[in-house]
Design a protein around this ligand. Structure first.
Ligand code: F6P
Length: 367
């Protein structure tokens, strides 16, 4: 049984297709798709679809997930409405494992990010034959060199910077581009370098607004010039907090981030920035749509490897890319620590080397 959990990501369908194609080379294996993460197995009636080669033909370049996904609820926190109208969250994991075994399902492949792989590990500890496949556009998993979807997101963000440069230059404006990146600033960092931004603000480096303003001012001479600021949704000022709101969606645990771009524009004005400022929020445009070739290739590699782990009975593992190998790590190791941008990250040094400012006071390139 295969499922996709958490936010969607370009390349999910390429993984599903690869699993089915690899399974079809073995006799006696059938692949079932579980609709909307684990909901398909927990729901009554059960929502499982048979995924055969005809069903997955040509899906490798489609965005989204043909078996749908969700980042709400799950087997350990299933939302149930109480008589008084309030919601409570119950653990249905044992019941779910019994159902999987009753249906004669030999193995589960869970394609998802860190939250999904934490669930995989807990289910593995309870005896489920489960394999993880890492997925996130944020690239915030440390147990793999890269995740599919990430390069597509960078490409979208870079295209946005390229477009904003032309309009910013024509009007002599400051443009702020808000991109995704809850805890990790990889999308912002990569698109800022690829697009030639002046400022890049990421969750890992709290910014000083006066430094951001000085950098922008230096790009203007009299009333000429322009500047591009790329900001991660999870960026925050020094001594400040992230911008977001508690979601009112049942079972959605995260704070819904968004709005730091507008907050930054306001802070710049208050700090005395006299240039015109416009804000663009890229949002889910960087998550939907066609995966670029790199992500299709990585996703296909992950799918084939996941099926091979199943065939070898290597459960409790997550597929991983460690250049030049597609390998695996234990789920336990995979969920240990996130992959965050650190000050000594090579790309941070490169970015500083081409004059990108991070709103901190390290301005010179240092080896
Ligand atoms: O984890 C990936 C991510 O794209 C984050 O950067 C973002 O905060 C989150 O998903 C938004 O997810 P959704 O809008 O689907 O709840």
């Amino acid at each position: 049984m295969v499922l996709t959990g958490g936010g969607d990501c370009p390349g999910l369908n390429a993984v599903i297709r690869a699993i089915v194609k690899r399974a079809s080379q073995e006799s006696g294996w059938e692949v079932l798709g579980c609709i909307k993460a684990f909901d398909g197995i927990l729901n009554e009636p059960t929502e499982l679809v048979l995924l055969d080669e005809a069903k997955v033909a040509g899906i490798h370049y489609q965005g989204g997930s043909i078996i749908q996904t969700t980042n709400k609820g799950g087997p350990f926190a299933w939302p149930v409405k109480k008589h008084n109208g309030e919601w409570e969250y119950i653990d249905r994991s044992d019941e779910m494992i019994r159902k999987i075994q009753y249906l004669g399902i030999d193995a589960v492949i869970n394609i998802g990010g860190d939250g999904s792989q934490r669930i995989s590990q807990k289910l593995f500890e309870k005896g489920l034959n489960i394999i993880g496949v890492p997925k996130t556009i944020d690239n915030d998993l440390s147990a793999t060199d890269s995740t599919f979807g990430f390069q597509t997101a960078i490409q979208e963000a870079t295209s946005a910077v390229d477009k904003l440069v032309t309009t910013a230059a024509s009007h002599n404006r400051v443009f702020i581009l808000e991109v995704m990146g809850r805890d990790a600033g990889w999308i912002a960092l990569n698109s800022a370098v690829a697009g030639g931004a002046e400022v890049c603000l990421i969750p890992e480096i709290p910014y000083d607004i006066s430094i951001v303003k000085s950098k922008i001012d230096a790009r203007f001479h009299r009333d000429r010039g322009f500047a591009i600021v790329v900001v991660s949704e999870g960026a925050k000022p020094k001594h400040g907090t992230v911008v977001g709101q508690k979601a009112d969606e049942i079972g959605y645990e995260n704070v819904r981030l968004g709005g730091v771009g507008f907050k930054l524009a306001e802070e710049l004005k208050q700090a005395g920035c006299e240039h015109d400022i416009r804000v663009t929020v890229l949002g889910h445009l960087q998550r939907g749509g066609v995966p670029i070739a790199y992500d299709r290739v990585l996703a296909t590699q992950f799918g084939v490897k996941a099926m091979e782990l199943v065939l070898n009975g290597e459960f409790g593992c997550m597929v991983s890319y460690r250049h030049p190998y597609i390998t695996s790590v234990t789920l336990q190791d995979a969920i240990q620590k996130p992959n965050l941008v650190t000050l000594d990250t090579a790309l941070i040094k490169t970015a500083r080397g081409v004059g990108i400012n991070f709103g901190d006071d390290t301005i010179a390139y240092e080896e």
